[in-house]
Every structure is written in C-alpha cells, then in structure tokens.
Design a protein around this ligand. Sequence first.
Ligand code: SAM
Ligand code: DTB
Ligand code: SF4
Length: 325
Amino acid sequence: MVACPTETSDVRHDWDIREILNLYELPFAELMYRAQTVHRRYFDPNRIQLSSLFSIKTGGCPEDCAYCPQSGRYPTGLERGELLAVEVVVNAAKAAKANGASRFCMGAAWRAPKDRDIDRLVEIVAAVKSLGLETCMTLGMLTAAQAMRLKQAGLDYYNHNLDTSPEFYPQIITTRTYQDRLETLRHVRAAGIHVCCGGIVGMGESRTDRAGLLQQLANLPRHPESVPINLLVQVQGTPLHGNDPLDPFELVRTVAVARILMPASYVRLSAGRTAMNDELQALCFLAGANSVFYGERLLTTPNPDNEADHRLFARLGLRLDKDVG
Ligand code: SAM
Ligand code: DTB
Ligand code: SF4
C-alpha cells in the first residue's frame, strides 16, 4: 500500500503480524521509549482530548455482541428505550460542553439505523454542531447514502469498531461479519467523515489477537483519526461476565503498539477506566494515549467522575487539547 504523499515514513499500511508481535515482546522500557518517541513527533504529550458519550437509543439491540449490556439477548436488566427527542440530546450536549468536552459522541443500540430514523439524526447532528461541539455518532452499520446524509448534516466523526482480530471475532459476534464492519468503514470514509475505530481488550483473546486487531486498523487504506482502546467492562448477564481480567501491562503494551503503528492518530483510553487506578491510566498516557471518554457515564455503564479526572489531569500536568496556549 502506498502512503499518502503528506504522510511520512512512520505512517505505514503494510504491517506484518510478526513485526507487531515483536513490538509487543520488547522489554517494557524499550517499548515505552519507542512509543513516546513517536508520540512526541506528532503530538504534544502534555495534552489530552476529551469526548463525552451519550446514549440516544438504549438497549434492546438485536445483535449478539458477547460483551454488550445493550444486546436484547442477554438478561442485563437494561430497559429498552426509543430514539430520544432532539431537545433531550441537545440539553445533554450543552452539559457536556459546559463540563469541558470538545466532542459529543452519540450512541444507538441498533444493528443499523432505519432510513426513517435518519431525518431525526440529521436534525440532532445539526443542532449539536451548532453548539460549537465536534459531533460523533455510533449507530451500527451504515449504507453509503446514510453516511452521505449524516456528513451533509455536519457529522465530524463516525465510531465503528472492528472490536478484535478477524480470527477471534466469530467467538464474540455472530450476527454481523468482519466484512460488514469493513464495508461500513468504507462508506464512512467515502462520505468524508472522520473515522473512529478501535476495539476491546480483555475478552479472553490472545496477544496474537490483540496484535491482529491493531494490524487490521493500521493496514486500512487510511488510519482512523481516533482509535479507541476499550478494556472490557464486565456486565452481569453478558456471556463475557466473569472472564479472567487482563494483565494491566498488556493494556499498556496495546496502547503503546497502537501509538507506534498509527503515530498521527488519537489513541483513546476508552471504556474500563473505573477499573483502573490513576497509576495505570498514567502509564497508558505515557504509552501514547492522548484522549479519553469523559463524563460520568459511558453509554450505559459508569465512567470516572469529572472531578476525579480533572484531579488526575492536574497531577500529571495534562492540559486540554482545545485550550490554546
Ligand atoms: N450499536 C452500535 C455498534 O455496535 O456499532 C454502536 C454502539 S456499540 C455500544 C459501540 C462499541 O462499544 C462496540 O463496538 C464496543 O467496541 C464497545 N463496547 C460495548 N460494550 C462494551 C463493554 N462492555 N466493554 C467495552 N466496550 C464495549
Ligand atoms: C467505543 O469504542 N467505546 C464506547 C464508544 N466507542 C461508543 C462505548 C463503550 C461502551 C461501554 C459499555 C456501556 O457503557 O454500555
Ligand atoms: Fe448492539 Fe452495538 Fe451492543 Fe452489538 S455493541 S449488541 S450492535 S449496541
């Protein structure tokens, strides 16, 4: 794959699985040094970007994603909701902005939006954007035409994760294929929307699967602008509840390898931060994570409270990406 003319030689799209595993197998200090070196070439390491999440349509999803509390197939006790009214979403966006978020990410528990939902989604995007926030949506699979309509409404980012390696994927989701996901990513790119795409660690996958996920992301024709690395939030009632927890250093290594493979992308330390102490989060920032989901809720599960996050950022001397100077 030929790199874009504006990209430097750090930005590659031809990663071999062995090269990626070799990075994972480096001594910890060596891996961190390499990740930090790359991070500093592309970003100010003392800045962090904050995205807030909001569920605009909760629960009752027909898909069988084994990690997900919103699948209607598992007894998680979550009540099913309808797509929220524009004004309810706008009020949540205003609150997120007042708390310091720069991007508002709206999630829906759908396999895919219906065409009849798109009119309201278009209204929501336009209204949130007019508040001066970056807009992001994650709605499941999109057709090319749906992606174009959302772009025209002003959608800046679309989140659609590959979740894991192609090999491990069938153990996690059977109701849509890896190819379906790649096709949605193509539609999003073709519409000119920025791509937010990453995955989940701690689902019982092997290191080779983690490397395989990063290989898929890094070898896309263009790297996703944002790469969320989620640590599985274990929710009672889901098939993955009760899995052995991941070695925390393996999470840090995954962040570091993502940083090296996709040097110009934002790497987001995503779900799972309530299970991490400040020291582990700091290691992830040292490894090249430069974004988090911010706000007291992810979609349906808790996230650290705003005060705790601001205390952590202050202790680490991290400043917000949107504040100039
Ligand atoms: N329904 C849409 C879809 O799946 O594309 C959008 C929302 S879905 C909740 C977005 C992403 O959240 C999933 O792809 C998955 O990576 C992540 N996610 C869901 N439940 C999670 C959990 N329990 N722990 C970590 N990440 C999770
Ligand atoms: C992503 O990669 N992680 C976010 C967002 N994209 C949509 C979702 C995490 C969800 C965690 C479980 C929940 O709160 O329902
Ligand atoms: Fe549905 Fe998305 Fe959850 Fe899968 S991850 S069950 S598609 S809400």
